[in-house]
Design a protein around this ligand. Structure first.
Ligand SMILES: Nc1ncnc2c1ncn2[C@@H]1O[C@H](COP(=O)(O)OP(=O)(O)OP(=O)(O)O)[C@@H](O)[C@H]1O
Length: 251
């Protein structure tokens, strides 16, 4: 299996409430997939199943051998910043290292390489000076940078980002998307976004999620196609859509 993972005929949901059904998706190492869909369509549910937080009701997710390390999958995850408890008294450096948690459990402490990796990422992201700060003291943009370091510290083969354009910091948002382009040379990326403009600018392919998943093997998508996938653009978009990036139906 050359792909990183395959979702096969999966249904997922909560307490017998099926949110997603018949989901099939193959994620390859070079993929940059934008995940879009209306509110409540099941995007977060899909992420939860990939992260192993929610077992499929039906079907399965098959991970490539290279994605597995004990019970740990090589997935880096950047949560929505508003899902983070900022009152938690933990330093920036420890948050970054917490991305290594499953390794630490084996030995009880971090190796020199792991500490160096965490320091390197802080340096890379231009936030070394924040190393000893408590996360509660950070701005939204700073916190996002820290969380991206955490997502990358374990050298993931797949990076999952949940709605990064809810970032408060516009400069970081631009920086982030440029950074993702570079990171995509080394890892697959799955980006959940409400911003169709961003999606079509940066991603390579699109997954429309609304009760099921329609895979669109291009980053150009017309409003007609979105409608056919039951992902009408008015429902998805929260802001203005730069329609130049959307394919016209006669193309
Ligand atoms: N823990 C839960 N228990 C029961 N139902 C849930 C739970 N979490 C989500 N749901 C329901 O599952 C459906 C899909 O929700 P999900 O959060 O996956 O959608 P989404 O596409 O991520 O939406 P949004 O764009 O608003 O974040 C919704 O109807 C939601 O109410």
């Amino acid at each position: 299996m050359e792909s990183l993972l395959e979702i096969r005929n999966m249904s997922a949901g909560y307490d017998k409430k099926v949110v997603l059904s018949d989901v099939n998706l193959t994620v390859n190492p070079e993929d940059f997939i934008g995940v879009i869909g209306p509110n409540g369509g099941g995007k977060t549910t899909l992420l939860k199943t990939l992260l192993g937080l929610l077992p499929p009701i039906k079907g399965e997710i098959v991970f490539n051998e290279s994605m597995r390390e004990g019970d740990h999958h090589h997935i880096g995850y950047l949560p929505q910043v508003n899902r983070i408890d900022k009152k938690f008294p933990i330093t920036v450096f420890d948050v970054v290292r917490s991305g290594l948690m499953s390794r630490k459990r084996l030995t009880g402490r971090y190796s020199r390489e792991e500490n160096e990796r965490a320091s390197y990422l802080l340096e890379e992201m231009g936030i070394s000076a924040l190393r000893k700060k408590a996360v509660g003291e950070l701005s939204g943009g700073q916190l996002q940078r820290v969380l991206l370091c955490r997502a990358l510290v374990n050298r993931p083969r797949l990076l999952i980002l949940d709605e990064p354009n809810t970032y408060v910091d516009n400069q970081f948002e631009r920086e982030l998307y440029e950074r993702l382009r570079i990171l995509n040379k080394d890892m697959a990326i799955l980006l959940v976004s409400h911003d169709v403009g961003t999606i079509t600018t940066y991603v390579k392919t699109i997954a429309c999620v609304n009760r099921t998943l329609h895979y669109h093997p291009s980053n150009k998508i017309s409003t007609e196609q979105l409608a056919a996938y039951e992902c009408p653009i008015q429902i998805i978009s929260h802001g203005q859509i730069p329609h130049t990036v959307l394919m016209q139906h006669d193309h």
